[in-house]
Design a protein around this ligand. Sequence first.
Ligand SMILES: [Zn+2]
Length: 195
Amino acid sequence: MTKVHCEGCGEDAPSYEITHYGSMDGVYRQLCSCCFSAEVAKVSGIDNFDNTRLQPIRINDCAGESHQFHFVSRLLGNMVTLDAFEVQDGDRAGYQFQIIGDPEEDIFAMLGCMVEKIRKALSVKHIKNAGDGHGLQIADMTVRGRIECDLSEDIRMPCVVVDGQEISWKDFGRMISSFEGWQFKLEILDRSEEC
Ligand SMILES: [Zn+2]
């Protein structure tokens, strides 16, 4: 796993926790999420921000497969973001979720909402393995997922992450081609919105 030295506390933090924080005097520092939030709290005059570091939690999906979620909270002035994500090779991968809260809010109350959100998402599978040599197929009539950039492609192409699984644009195209002649509705939502 790639570790980055936090210029705040001096600890080595995983790269997904690091933010390049630019202060008023134009100096940029690499800060872990706790040091980042502490800096923002100082600048925003918030003195009661709960900067508890949340430990990873394992949650099972509806197929009985266990997923480990890491949590990062960041204070952004008048709001707090709580991110939950899986990690693969030291980077965020698979399922990812975000909720937005109030700086006054209890971090464990936010964590409770997050766990509920994760459980709800993991209780449904949108794709299935047809098992007849046709590979992955859309299980029902709705697909929920996340748009990502496919770094393996030379030209800028998206890929999608459905059920915490990365699917190339080409494979996704093949999956929807079984609905030829049908209509579809594409709605793009902010990462913290209910999908
Ligand atoms: Zn730090």
